[in-house]
Design a protein around this ligand. Structure first.
Ligand code: DGJ
Length: 731
């Protein structure tokens, strides 16, 4: 797990080792400051590195020295309860970040400060490196804190290595720890299942350990994602309160422990799940953990997510500032039942609708065991000769003739037992050969710890591009979890879950080296797989198979805390009872696509969609790159409202929906906007007006930003106007 070495000039080596060694009595203070906040580390007389502060930054750095004295919380019997990276087997009595068995069988670890370095990587990004070492064993841990000044975002990870006389077993190897002090802590966490992703729960943390984790191996977020937030003192609202967002950048098993200790402080420990994963570290080998991401805001959840969105678009997501393609997908229009003639008609519909690309979904491949349902064929990536006698190439050509691009679905990590791939390579499949196979959606997972399998998966995608160089989009699906975890060719089975993800990342890295910008959707039958580790390779993700727009308002609302709209693939489908306008409006709050039978649309519905796509093309830069303000929550209100506003505050789009169909429900009160320039004058015009209807909004009226934010604006949402999209424009 080699992380690319950070490059850049060492602007300041804050303290030389020699000087540092002499200053222990005075304690070395290491503040990591961003625009608004500071995470402050400090060494003690025993060379332990502790976290003494996480909060708004102070103007005078030296005052951090006085922080600790202000807390009178009783005894810390360990002296290390605030450890930056807590160990097991010595003084620590709490959840450790790291636990090891040394080469000689000893289970103790003490990590002492050696030195630290600060590098400025660019105008906005800094990297702090803290070197720790055990005084008894040749065992070292390096802690990394990468911070983005303007966004107040920090990534933390660690490197673990040793030069003992034999292997060391790592029982636990967290990415990072944080330590918070407050009167109370409120955890907002998520759970879910297929079609029910991102169900939120918020509750006060009680003493002891609350663990968020996954042991699913692949598509690990099916029941729980690695993202959460903790509010201090009281649950933060959109605009008030202190809140820390956290997320692990890892697409495999994760474990996040939140431990409220005897002194009422909160320890957060996040990393790869050590479940069934004791890691044998050879002398000289470096184990690099994935990054744990956090952002702190003292102005509520809205500001925290806008900071995170901006960071994600600028620094993390593949092509985060780039373009995305609108599309027509055939999954729900045809399922597995299609042929060349049918697809050629859909290509014409793609043009007629006015979207950029046609996306051919599951069912186009396999011959011996044709992929006519989800029971067979997965793994055999040759065009099915009955359905596509002239191959994908002829469809790509036809797409070109229609002036649209062509994209394709793959699920390259998976295999049906009824497939030629399984017959030819039974040892490429994750299974316990002495035990009965157990399936998830009739399929098994390929063993990505095996380099031959990595090569195969790479080739599945690479061959598609080689044969069809104009292929413009990949939907990368992943529907099964891992049961019976066992890899035939892997020496140490305890490394399986870790090496599976590393194998996947190897493939994705190779693909991205060859195809750096082609858009790829991260899909796993819903939100079973989205994290910032994966989004370095993908341009977008599939939040859920549940595309009922009413459900989506809630789900997209929750996803939007962590992921910017540009990453959210929202398709207009036939799920739900809402009219096409409602469905299209909801899909616009992200990266829009369609998965409907265009030829079944009534004339007005088709006209509406065609016009809506043109409107979307005009406003999508605001939705994708603007700041998102969640104005009115669908859980507590009859009308949900979300605003996207460009950074110049001159143009915005507000989406309003009736989410309650009780008698007389509607926007009785004006909805207060946010983020506008109070001094600017704005007009408000309704977008996506259904053909034959008239907007009740007077687009000629002028309002100051102050008025729109203090008094608000009534979108006139009511039964019959269930979904209202407004354009806010300064002049
Ligand atoms: C699950 C995805 O979420 C669907 O959109 C579709 O691609 C199916 N897999 C195909 O099997």
């Amino acid at each position: 797990m080699k992380r690319m070495r950070e490059t850049g000039l060492i602007v300041a080596v804050t303290l030389l080792s020699l000087v540092q060694r002499n200053t222990f009595a005075q304690q070395v203070l290491i503040p990591i400051e961003t625009k608004s906040n500071a995470l402050v580390l400090q060494t003690d007389a025993n060379k332990q590195v502790g976290i003494i502060y996480l909060g708004p930054k102070l103007a005078d750095k030296s005052e951090y020295n006085q922080v600790t004295a202000q807390y009178k919380q009783g005894s810390d019997y360990t002296g290390v309860s605030n450890a930056a990276y807590s160990t097991a087997g010595t003084r620590n009595l709490f959840e450790p970040a790291i636990a090891v068995t040394h080469a000689d069988g000893n289970n103790s670890l003490d990590l002492q400060y050696v030195r630290h370095e600060s590098k400025k990587l660019d105008d906005n990004t800094s990297l702090l490196t803290v070197f720790l070492k055990d005084p008894v064993y040749n065992f070292e841990v390096t802690l990394f804190y990468k911070s983005w000044f303007n966004e107040d975002v920090t990534e933390q990870w660690s490197e673990i290595k040793h030069s003992e006389k034999g292997n060391v077993i790592l029982h636990k190897y967290a990415s990072a720890g944080l330590y918070l002090k407050a009167g109370s802590y409120w955890l907002k966490q998520y759970h879910g299942d297929w079609a029910k992703e991102m169900q939120a729960e918020e509750a006060r943390l009680t003493h002891g350990i609350k663990t968020l984790d996954s042991k699913l191996g692949s598509r690990t977020n099916l029941f729980q994602p690695p993202s959460f937030m903790v509010s201090l003192d009281k649950p933060a609202t959109e605009d008030e309160g202190t809140v820390l967002y956290g997320s692990l950048e890892w697409s495999g098993n994760f474990r996040i422990d939140l431990e409220l200790d005897n002194q009422d402080n909160l320890r957060i420990m996040a990393g790869i799940n050590n479940y069934a994963s004791a890691y044998t570290l050879k002398p000289g080998e470096v184990f690099t953990t994935p990054a744990f991401l956090s952002v702190l805001s003292t102005n509520g959840k809205g500001e925290a997510s806008r900071k995170l969105h901006s960071w994600a678009r600028n620094y993390k997501i593949l092509d985060g500032k780039g373009n995305r393609l609108t599309l027509l997908n055939n999954w729900e229009a045809t399922y597995f039942d299609f042929n060349e003639a049918k697809l050629k008609e859909l290509l014409k519909d793609t043009r007629k609708l006015g979207v950029d690309l046609f996306l051919l979904d599951d069912g186009w491949f396999a011959n011996k065991y044709p992929r006519n349902d989800d029971k067979a064929g997965l793994g055999d990536w040759q065009e099915n000769k009955n359905k596509l006698p002239n191959g994908i190439a002829s469809l790509v050509k036809e797409a070109q003739a229609n002036g649209v691009k062509f994209g394709i679905w793959v699920e390259p990590e998976m295999v049906n037992p009824r497939s030629e791939l399984y017959e030819q390579h039974p040892d490429w499949v994750v299974k316990q050969s002495a035990r009965p196979e157990y399936y998830f959606r009739n399929q098994l997972v390929l063993d990505l710890t095996n380099p031959a399998v990595q090569e195969h998966v790479f080739n599945v995608v690479d061959n598609l591009f080689t044969k069809n160089p104009t292929l413009a989009y990949i939907k990368w699906d992943c529907n099964a979890v891992i049961y019976n975890a066992h890899a035939a060719k892997l020496g140490n089975q305890s490394h399986f879950y870790i090496q599976y993800v590393q194998g996947l990342y190897n493939v994705l890295k190779r693909l991205r080296a060859k195809y750096p910008t082609v858009p790829m959707m991260l899909c796993s039958g819903g939100g079973g797989r989205v994290d910032y580790g994966a989004l370095q390779y993908f341009t977008e993700f599939w939040p859920s198979d549940n595309t009922d727009p009413l459900e989506r308002i809630f789900m997209q609302w929750e996803y939007s805390y962590f992921y910017p709209a540009i990453t959210s693939s929202n398709h207009v489908t036939d799920w739900g009872k809402q009219p096409i306008k409602f469905r299209t409006d909801v899909a616009m709050m992200g990266k829009m696509g369609f998965d409907i039978v265009v030829s079944h649309l009534k004339e007005n519905d088709l006209t509406f969609c065609q016009e809506a796509i043109k409107t979307y093309n005009a406003v999508k830069p605001i939705i994708w790159q603007g700041d998102q303000y969640r104005l009115q929550n669908p859980l507590d209100n009859s009308v949900a409202s979300v605003l996207y506003l460009n950074t110049q505050k001159t143009a915005g789009v507000v989406f309003n929906y009736l989410v309650n169909n009780r008698y007389d429900a509607g926007s009785q009160l004006p909805i207060r906007m946010k983020g506008l320039d109070p001094a600017k004058k704005y007009t408000i015009k309704e977008l996506n007006v259904y053909p034959g209807t008239t907007s009740t909004i007077d687009g000629s009226k002028v309002y100051t930003g102050e008025f729109l934010m203090k008094v608000g604006f009534n979108p006139d949402v009511k039964n019959g106007r269930n979904s209202v999209v407004l354009e806010v424009k300064a002049f």
